[in-house]
Structures are given as structure tokens and as C-alpha cells.
Design a protein around this ligand. Structure first.
Ligand code: ADP
Ligand code: ZN
Length: 219
């Protein structure tokens, strides 16, 4: 049996993690696990978890480590995660990275892909980002779907995420620098960090990631 392909995609909000994970998940047949999506879906469903985290998400702050760690631990037990997962938005604190290492063992993570994009560019991308509330498809504010408010994939409502408003964007990027950037050192020390330029077309970013996976004999 081939070893599990557990990959982390790291990068600032708006770096393109979700876009890349969607493509890579299809290509490699492993699920895209986005803690942000799991939490947003809980809010939308109005579950107990959702009610607990709604205001934290809206402010653009981080949900408590223990809660997120438990969600991910649970997700790893599902059948589709047995061949590996693409982690998007997790870990994003050192505590989470350590918890993940405890869950999977020290060689459980095969690669941490750092999608590198300048802060000014992600601020521009996030402010103009619109998303489908149903299927998560993303659009730009100038796209017909954003203007009409209807998703061409699924007919769902296309909206601006509450945390894509300017104040929340600022909070999220500050949080990223303070809590998540230290993970670059953490994974660098383990020699599983690669940095890919995120300021290229989505296809070029995918090709760059696929090349690295080949070079490392991972896929
Ligand atoms: P972004 O990275 O663009 O802010 P995400 O969809 O990854 O968006 O996450 C949205 C929100 O969900 C975060 O601002 C945070 O409140 C919460 N969240 C997601 N992942 C985590 C995590 N690993 N730890 C703590 N909070 C998280
Ligand atoms: Zn949709």
C-alpha cells in the first residue's frame, strides 16, 4: 500500500489555497479538508458548534485550538481520508502543528506547500472576492455571477464573506503574521517546506506544485 499523501497548503488569506486544493484533490483522489469551510458550514447549519464560533469567524479571529484540533482529528477517521488529505487552513498555530504531529506521527506530513503572495496583492484579492454560499465557488466583484448574485454552478446566492470586509481582512492578516508565519520555521526545520510563487495564474501555480511533488517522489 502506498503511504498516505498528507499535504499542508499554507499561505495568507487570499493566496489561492482553496483554488489549488480543489484542483489537487481531484488530481490525486484525496479530500480537500478546509477547517474554514467546516466551521462556516456549521455556522450556516446553525448547529451547536456553529453557534459557538459564529462571532469569532465574523470578527476574523481564530477559533480555539482545542476545538479545531478535535474537528480535524475526527475528520481523519473518515473513510475518504485514509489515502491522505489536503489540509487547507490547518494548522495555523504552533499548538495546532504540534497536535497534528501527535495525530499523524513525525513523518505523517509529506510536504508543506507555502503559497507565497505579497500582502498588498491578497488585500486586493480579498476585497474583490465574492463566494457562492451553497457550493463555495469564488468569483470577482466584476464577474456576472457577483453582479447578478447567482452562482452559475449551482444557482446558489453569491455574496461577500463577512470576514472579507476591510476591518476583518486587517485582523486576519495580522493574525496570520503573528500566529501562522512561525509554522514556516517549524516545517522548514523538518525539511518538508517548499515555497511556491502564488502570484502566477492558477494553472501555473498547480504545475509548480505538481513538479515539486514529482521531484520529491510523492506523486
Ligand atoms: P481565511 O484563511 O481566508 O481567513 P478560512 O476559510 O481558512 O479563511 O477560515 C475562516 C475562519 O475560520 C478563520 O478566520 C477562523 O476564524 C476560522 N478558522 C479556520 N481554520 C482555523 C484554524 N485552523 N484555527 C482557528 N480558526 C480557524
Ligand atoms: Zn454555487
Amino acid at each position: 500500500m502506498s503511504p498516505r499523501l498528507n499535504l499542508i497548503v499554507l499561505g495568507k488569506q487570499g493566496a489561492g489555497k482553496g483554488t489549488q486544493c480543489t484542483v489537487l484533490a481531484l488530481k490525486y483522489g484525496i479530500p480537500h479538508v478546509s477547517t474554514g469551510d467546516i466551521l462556516r458550514n456549521a455556522v450556516k447549519a446553525g448547529s451547536e458548534l456553529g453557534q459557538r464560533v459564529a462571532s469569532v469567524l465574523e470578527a476574523g479571529e481564530l477559533v480555539h485550538d482545542d476545538l479545531v484540533n478535535a474537528l480535524v482529528r475526527e475528520r481523519f477517521t473518515e473513510a475518504d481520508a485514509q489515502r491522505g488529505v489536503l489540509l487547507d487552513g490547518f494548522p495555523r498555530t504552533l499548538n495546532q502543528a504540534e497536535a497534528l504531529e501527535a495525530m499523524l506521527g513525525s513523518d505523517g506530513i509529506k510536504l508543506c506547500i507555502n503559497l507565497d503572495v505579497a500582502k498588498e496583492l491578497v488585500i486586493r484579492r480579498l476585497s474583490s472576492r465574492r463566494v457562492c454560499q451553497e457550493c463555495g465557488a469564488t468569483y470577482k466583484d466584476t464577474d456576472v455571477e457577483a453582479i447578478s448574485g447567482t452562482c452559475t454552478n449551482c444557482g446558489g446566492d453569491v455574496i461577500q464573506r463577512t470576514d472579507d470586509h476591510p476591518d476583518a481582512i486587517r485582523t486576519r492578516l495580522e493574525t496570520y503574521e503573528r500566529d501562522t508565519e512561525p509554522l514556516l520555521t517549524f516545517y522548514g526545520q523538518r525539511e518538508i517546506l517548499v515555497t511556491v510563487n502564488g502570484d502566477q495564474s492558477p494553472d501555473d501555480v498547480t504545475n509548480a506544485i505538481v513538479s515539486v511533488l514529482h521531484e520529491r517522489g510523492l506523486a
